[in-house]
Design a binder for this molecule. Structure first.
Ligand SMILES: [Zn+2]
Length: 176
């Protein structure tokens, strides 16, 4: 394995097996590790590469091994953005949750922006994580300091649960 071995492009090599959908190729050792799916393969490769980096002394003379995800034996590449692709591709619609009042994008777990396959899934997830669904259908974030958020919640609540009017006209409420 030399630095000029093409993994991508027209004359690319196939280090793995055509029959194996997903695998991880460990260069240097030339091991092929079969994987059940892309996600697992990426995790295995990432772990290997992180470990390989952490134990490497930085010298160009020290051999290193890299884990490369293979798809049917060829090096797998993350799909390029649709505009840059020349071949057929699939467009997936995903929904991210953004507060209509402050544009905050839902990330309550701190795991980066979450995307959902459907709008309803996104809505339910946001509500489940503490966001408020207003009577007009908007779902706003948990900001409880901003006046606009507070008023929107209060107005919506007032419409949903109108205050009961049991006072007798002319009679003032007694101080409690
Ligand atoms: Zn907000």
């Amino acid at each position: 394995m030399t630095g000029t071995t093409p993994l991508f492009g027209p004359n690319r090599i196939r280090p793995g097996y055509e029959d194996t959908e997903w695998s991880v190729w460990i260069t240097g050792m030339d091991d092929i590790l079969n994987q059940p799916d892309l996600t697992t393969a990426l995790m295995v490769a990432a772990e290997h590469n992180a470990m390989a980096l952490s134990i490497h002394d930085g010298s160009p003379l020290t051999p290193n091994t890299w884990a490369i995800v293979l798809h049917h034996g060829y090096a797998w590449q993350r799909p390029q953005p649709a505009a840059e692709q020349s071949g057929p591709y699939t467009v997936h619609m995903v929904v991210e949750i953004r507060c209509p009042l402050c544009s905050y994008v839902l990330d309550e777990e701190g795991e980066g922006v979450q995307c959902y396959p459907t709008e309803e899934g996104a809505r339910q997830s946001a509500i489940g994580q503490g966001w408020t669904e207003l009577v007009d259908g908007r779902v706003i974030c948990m900001d409880d300091l901003d006046e606009e958020h507070i008023n929107a919640r209060a107005e919506s609540e007032a419409i949903k649960n109108p205050p009961k009017r049991e006072e007798i006209p002319g009679q003032e409420a007694l101080p409690v």
